[in-house]
Structures are given as structure tokens and as C-alpha cells.
Design a protein around this ligand. Sequence first.
Ligand SMILES: [Zn+2]
Length: 169
Amino acid sequence: MDATLYSIQTHRLESSPNPAEIGAVVHAHPPTAIALTLAGISLAEAVLPEAVTALGGGVPTAPYATPSTPALAEGVARALGRFDTCLMERHGAIAVGRDAFEACDRRETLERVAQVILRAHLLHGNPTPLADAEIEKLLRLSGRFCRSRLADDVGAQFIAPITESGRAR
Ligand SMILES: [Zn+2]
């Protein structure tokens, strides 16, 4: 895991002018989230508000690589980018946070989001992503850095938290 943590920190420092502080990395094998990687169902698009406010947007997936190898660590770091969680195809999940509590909470949120998406598919639904404007609003409400899928293309932008009056500080 040291190699993975090193790769994540290095990649984050390179990919964002305002890297979020990473004080903890949690690795787990959440069954529903892993099943979605096997079924080819992506969580990269933010469908639920909770995914935006708690996880910063969608959850990318790193392609399969042999566990415990530098190739997997590099793939995870690349997929994670500025996000707070990512999946590893056929394997599990990584969540980062300022401390172990935040990282564990994000890992639990990731699995809850995966369970909802699975149920939507079982009901033959076709979950549509949240609109970019709604994602931006949710990011502002939660005071997070903009890590929407659009932000990946244009670089990280800080969105000022809005006050109770609805105005940006
Ligand atoms: Zn593992």
C-alpha cells in the first residue's frame, strides 16, 4: 500500500494546483461496487447528489492490473486524479481523506451509491447523470473543489462556498 499511497500523492500533486490533503488511504473490497466493474457498469458519472457532496462527483475505475504491483498503484493514482474514491476493476476500492474517518466514510458512501445504481439497473432503469449545473450547485453547497467531469477537461477550479443567503463568499 505504500507504493499506492506514494503514487496517489505524487499524481495528485502533479494534477492539481490545489491538491487536497491526503492523510489516510483506505482500501477495501465492497462487493456491490466490485460487481459493477465486472458488469461493465461505470460509476464515473455522478447520478446521485450524495456522490457529489460526499465524493466530489463520479467514481472512476482503474483498469485491471495484478494486485500488489506497481502497475496497479500507478493505475489507481491515474484514475483517482483529483477525486476522493476510485474503483479497481475486478478487485476493490480506494478512498482517500484527511483522516481515516473521512476515508472510511467515503468508502461506505461509495458502496451505498453502488447499491442504488445496481438496484436501478435491476429495475431496468437507465440512470441519467446529474446535469453539470446541478453538479456545480452541489459542489458549491458542499464547499468542495470542482471535480466534475467537465473540470477534468479544464483543470481544477475552486468554487467558493455559498453563504446562507445564497451568495458566494
Ligand atoms: Zn485488495
